[in-house]
Design a protein around this ligand. Structure first.
Ligand SMILES: C[S@@+](CC[C@H](N)C(=O)[O-])C[C@H]1O[C@@H](n2cnc3c(N)ncnc32)[C@H](O)[C@@H]1O
Length: 223
């Protein structure tokens, strides 16, 4: 019998069981009460072909992929959320292949995808430039990156609060989330051209939260 290879687990896997349970509940409520389902439909409208989604969470995007999508490779490193995503994948109308991996090292071939999707995840990946450079690698030239993200507030007061939270409690409480990142600047720096963007506040009314400054849009992969 050949010697068994020891499987070395990743040094520091993404494992946030408490946050995962919180997110599963909060995100499901936000779908209808916070109108996030409508944003997911907007995010995925017109997407087609082979799609890669990073940090798929509990799979709330899956129900919104158009039928023109031939396959979704959904990457999710957190085990609790991945289990929930598997259930969502089984109900989806398009084939979803769930992969346990992180955005910083996508276990897929280069230039193999027609579109990529990042929703509420660029705030959380450990290495933002590396994750976006991986998306650039796996997309074919001119392919689309669709994004729905929160980020840095335009006003200095809230921006200072966001930076303070990011240095202290926020990532610990919310599964590695950061509030003061600038997703548009990071996407452009990674070799994409922004083709559409709409900034908005979520929730629209009431006091702003550190995560209220959102943007939805798409970018094209430059050669
Ligand atoms: C706020 S949740 C968003 C989930 C989902 N994209 C959505 O729209 O509801 C952030 C997700 O990013 C995942 N995540 C954390 N670190 C990651 C990494 N390095 N690479 C990919 N996903 C990551 C988390 O496990 C979680 O599922």
């Amino acid at each position: 019998m050949p010697p068994r290879r020891r499987q070395t687990p990743p040094r520091d896997p993404v494992h946030h069981p408490l946050f995962a349970r919180f997110y599963a509940r909060a995100s499901t409520t936000a779908e209808t009460l916070g109108a996030v389902a409508a944003l997911r439909r907007e995010l995925l409208h017109g997407v087609s072909g082979r799609v890669i989604e990073i940090g798929a969470g509990n799979g709330l995007n899956f129900a919104h992929y158009p039928r023109a999508v031939s396959e979704v490779v959904a990457v999710e490193p957190e085990p609790t959320l991945r289990r929930l995503a598997a259930a969502a994948a089984s109900r989806a109308e398009v084939p979803v292949d769930l992969v346990p991996a992180a955005a910083e090292a996508l276990p897929v071939k280069s230039e193999a995808f027609d579109a990529a999707v990042a929703s509420l995840v660029l705030c959380t990946v450990r290495d933002l430039p590396r994750s976006l450079s991986e998306l650039h690698r796996v997309l074919r030239p001119d392919a689309e990156l669709r994004f729905l993200e929160h980020g840095l507030a335009p006003g200095p007061g809230m921006a200072a609060l966001q930076r303070g939270l990011d240095r202290t409690v926020w990532p610990l409480l919310f599964g590695g989330c950061h509030t003061a990142r600038d997703p548009l600047a990071a996407v452009e720096a990674a070799g994409f051209r922004i083709v559409s963007q709409r900034s908005f506040r979520l929730p629209e009314r009431g006091p702003a939260l550190p995560t209220s400054y959102c943007v939805i849009g798409s970018a094209r992969r430059l050669p």
